[in-house]
Design a protein around this ligand. Structure first.
Ligand SMILES: [Ca+2]
Length: 124
């Protein structure tokens, strides 16, 4: 799956521009993109990760953070089923993210689904 870019509407910086990165979490794996220093509300990553899909009923969480000295600020997040990556051979979509129930931007994800003799289990 490739984390392409984001358009953020929430700004966690009072001064200067945000330093965004994306964290992808599944039950088995965690991935993090590079930090785009000073990219503000329109970061581009174009970074690809291999997500090992064991159970397509599992959730995947996409979180966008602003790196800060000390603790990073969460800009927004969304959760989807891993099955979303496997439908029609993949996806190329913008996913809305939210912070405390309020829309805070969109993250552009692209995924190509390659079955690797994957188990078909895990469906509810
Ligand atoms: Ca920052």
């Amino acid at each position: 799956m490739t984390v392409i870019e984001a358009r953020l509407t929430r700004d966690t910086e009072t001064f200067g521009k945000m330093d965004p990165y994306v964290k992808i979490s599944t039950r088995q794996q965690n991935f993090k993109t590079a930090v785009k220093n000073g990219a503000g509300k329109t970061p581009m990553w174009n970074q690809t990760f291999n997500i090992d899909v064991k159970y397509i009923g599992d959730d995947m969480t996409v979180q966008c953070f602003d790196e800060d000295p000390g603790s990073d600020d969460l800009i927004g997040e969304c959760t989807m089923k891993l099955s979303a990556l496997t439908v029609n051979g993949g996806l190329d979509e913008w996913f809305g993210i939210a912070f405390r129930g309020k829309a805070s931007g969109q993250v552009h994800l692209k995924a190509v689904w390659k079955p690797a003799g994957a188990a078909q289990g895990g469906m509810p």
